[in-house]
Design a protein around this ligand. Sequence first.
Ligand code: HEC
Length: 116
Amino acid sequence: MANRLGWLGLMFVCVACGAKDQGSDVRAADPKVEAILAIAADEAYGEYLSSECSTCHNPASVDTGFPTIDGQDPAYLIQALLEYRDEVRENETMRSIAGALNDEEIAALAAYFSNQ
Ligand code: HEC
């Protein structure tokens, strides 16, 4: 998995150059977001899963050109990942990554990153 993501990272570096927030406003009342917020998230599992994210998403203090997801609102993180998984958001890298995540993994990742 790490190798595949590394390869994706190289492939999509230029896509990432101009990448910034492009999602819609957080719809806290979105039933799909609410359903994942309601999952008893396993933050330790989120930390484990986050190793595949940190190649690109680094702490807020490090400007890598990738959007910072540390300390983001959990509903925002969940909605963003669902929008990639549902192919609402365009980015192919994140579509591929989010497409491989189930609801429990999204809940765990949102719990972990929102607490960083
Ligand atoms: C290969 C690099 C890469 C990896 C690995 C990666 N991301 Fe991303 N991520 C991006 C890029 C580039 C964007 C911006 C895409 C866009 O413009 O929509 C992004 C956007 C996001 C966003 C939306 C941020 C915002 O401000 O709207 C979230 C949430 C996110 N990623 C979560 C994750 C999670 C969780 C993982 C690990 C499971 C992960 N990413 C792994 C490159 C990556």
